[in-house]
Design a protein around this ligand. Structure first.
Ligand code: FAD
Length: 549
């Protein structure tokens, strides 16, 4: 009790609950996409994620960013990054739960969906440590596809459930993490402009890399997939931090970035000074090799952004369910109900799409239609779901009023994190242009997407009209690659149709109706809270509000 007054009308903390149980959209998608067998595990992880201890780890890891130590007291290079203990706890939990590797350890129906759902739950605690988790998850298929002999050595360590931060030669590690280094000062999207060079050194497959990387996240990882120019052209290399004989590789950390968000994670500038590396794939085929990794990290950008939106909306709905103004709970004020419902619709659509894409990752190997859908839907979803996250984070923050602007609420952390997934692994324009490329070169992908829309089109005329209009426009274009200036508009429409179709088939009827009215038919304003009349915002908000206690 404060000496002058009683504290009134403040909501209880959103803690002590199971994030999985509180998220029917996720639970339904997990079952639908073939991972119902993972429900118990997801409940356990959801309970951990909603517990006070994990929430405190997330806060501490963000408030105590990593520190770079380039040299020891004697002036020798050490290139180490020191992290707060909370970072290690977050990462150890992610690794113990197989969020970095489960589908490679235990492949089978629903394995990708189960992992994606686990990542979705756990990343809501703190997003920064998701970066090494995703990159390690994504490195394994790239190594398998392009360098089976390296995979034989590294995969058992990269997929182990043991988190071992101490650097050591790979043979001595109980578990290892992998990052990627493509971006250079003069170009990130245009990786072919890379100036880092690689030359063969001896007959045992060793190469020496010299140059720099401008962004290299999770620089304390055990190895990196690195792009460099070999005599045959841009090539991909596995560059370990520690060489098999125990000496440190010449992979020097120059600086850590002072970032807008994602502050718990380190992102370094790196100098490679004849750093030892081993080829991943053919010389000159580096892009093909690393794109296998990028495809998987793009999935995590989608899942991570959907998770961020879910956490932001959960916080907003929880606050409005407990806070009153002008004689009523905020959630019961008609205009606030419109804002919350509009946010919840966006979040539900993002979660459905993320899990559908994860399901396509599961089924792609045995089903050409799913493989074709995966190719297009990953790029479409990466563009759109990541683009919506900052807008959702900003509006959800405002639902908490002034409290939302204060660090302790956790909303500023979500807000600062929100733009990142749209930048890395192909910024918005790059993903949109990639969609044009897929449409131009792989017409079977568009056919797969249209097949996905078909059952919902016959059930929902608004969706059918929008899909017919888009189909007509696309058939009138001889080569979609020429559509560059209109790429975002096209990708947005594809994403909205896909989300609408998923909601019509699988979502809550009130959410599907609101989505089709506002997003598909376009009856809404530019801001959230502009859903048209005649919908059922109360049902939508109730579904999005976590039940605690
Ligand atoms: C926190 C953080 C961590 C990162 N970690 C890593 C990492 O671990 N490893 C790594 O390799 N990289 C990493 N990156 C780099 C990231 O992948 C790049 O920033 C990104 O690929 C964009 O490259 P760029 O910054 O050079 O921008 P540019 O390539 O210069 O692009 C600038 C803008 O121009 C647009 N653009 C580019 N080409 C076109 C075109 N043809 N038409 C229209 N628009 C275009 C882009 O969409 C973008 O909006 C990280 C970045 C951040 C912010």
């Amino acid at each position: 009790m404060s000496p002058t007054h009683e504290v009134l009308n403040q909501p209880p903390p959103l803690a002590g609950y199971d994030l999985y149980e509180a998220d029917p959209v996720l639970g339904e998608a997990v079952h639908r996409e073939g991972a119902g067998w993972a429900a118990e595990r997801l409940r356990a992880l959801g309970t951990l994620a909603g517990g006070a201890a994990a929430i405190a780890w997330g806060e501490a890891a963000d408030a105590n960013p990593p520190v770079l130590r380039t040299h020891d007291r004697y002036g020798r290079r050490v290139d180490e990054v020191e992290f707060h203990p909370a970072w290690h706890r977050l990462l150890a939990t992610a690794v113990a739960n197989g969020l970095h590797a489960a589908p490679w350890r235990d492949p089978g129906p629903g394995a990708q969906v189960a992992r994606a759902a686990g990542f979705y739950l756990w990343t809501q605690v703190e997003a920064g440590h998701g970066c090494p988790v995703s990159m390690t998850y994504a490195a394994v298929p790239a190594l398998r596809a392009a360098a089976p002999e390296l995979a034989e050595v590294w995969e058992p360590k990269l997929t182990a459930l043991t988190y071992q931060p101490e650097l050591a030669p790979v043979a001595a590690k109980a578990g290892a993490l992998c990052g990627m280094a493509m971006t250079e000062k003069q170009g990130g999207s245009d990786v072919r402009a890379s100036t880092t060079s690689a030359r063969p050194a001896g007959s045992d497959g060793l190469w020496l890399l010299t140059g720099h990387k401008w962004f290299c996240s999770a620089p304390m990882s055990d190895a990196f997939l690195v792009l460099a120019q070999a005599p045959a052209g841009l090539s991909c290399f596995l560059v370990p931090r520690v060489l098999p004989d125990g000496t440190r590789n010449r992979f020097h950390l120059q600086r850590l970035k002072d970032k807008l968000g994602n502050r718990a994670n380190a992102s370094a500038e790196v100098e490679l000074e004849e750093a030892a590396g081993w080829l991943v794939g053919e010389p000159g085929r580096g892009l093909t090799a690393i794109l296998e990794m990028v495809n998987h990290t793009r999935l995590d950008c989608v899942v991570g952004s959907a998770a961020l939106m879910r956490q932001a909306v959960a916080q907003a709905a929880h606050h409005a369910a407990h806070r009153s103004a002008f004689g009523r709970r905020l959630a019961e004020q008609p205009l606030m109900a419109n804002v919350l419902a509009d946010l919840a619709v966006e979040s539900e659509a993002a979660t459905l799409l993320a899990m559908r894409v994860a399901g396509a990752f599961d089924r792609a190997a045995g089903d050409p239609g799913e493989a074709a859908l995966r190719r297009l839907a990953t790029a479409v979803a990466k563009y759109w779901v990541c683009k919506r996250a900052p807008a959702v984070a900003a509006e959800a923050l405002e639902c908490l009023g002034g409290n939302g602007y204060v660090e302790e609420s956790g909303m500023p952390r979500l807000y600062r994190e929100a733009p990142l997934n749209s930048i890395w692994e192909g910024a918005g324009n790059i993903n949109s242009l990639d969609v044009l490329r897929v449409l131009g070169r792989q017409p079977e992908s568009l056919a797969a997407l249209l097949d996905e829309l078909a059952p919902a089109r016959s059930a929902e005329p608004r969706l059918d009209r929008a899909a017919t209009a888009l189909e007509r426009e696309l058939t009138a274009v001889p080569d979609p690659v020429g559509l560059q200036a209109g790429a975002r508009r096209l990708v947005e429409r594809l994403a909205v149709l896909l989300q609408g179709a998923l909601l019509v088939r699988h979502g809550h009827p009130a959410v599907a109706d609101a989505f089709c009215a506002s997003r598909v038919a376009g009856d809404r304003g530019a801001a959230f809270g502009t859903l048209p009349p005649g919908l059922d915002p109360a049902a939508i908000v109730a579904r999005a509000t976590p039940k605690i206690g």
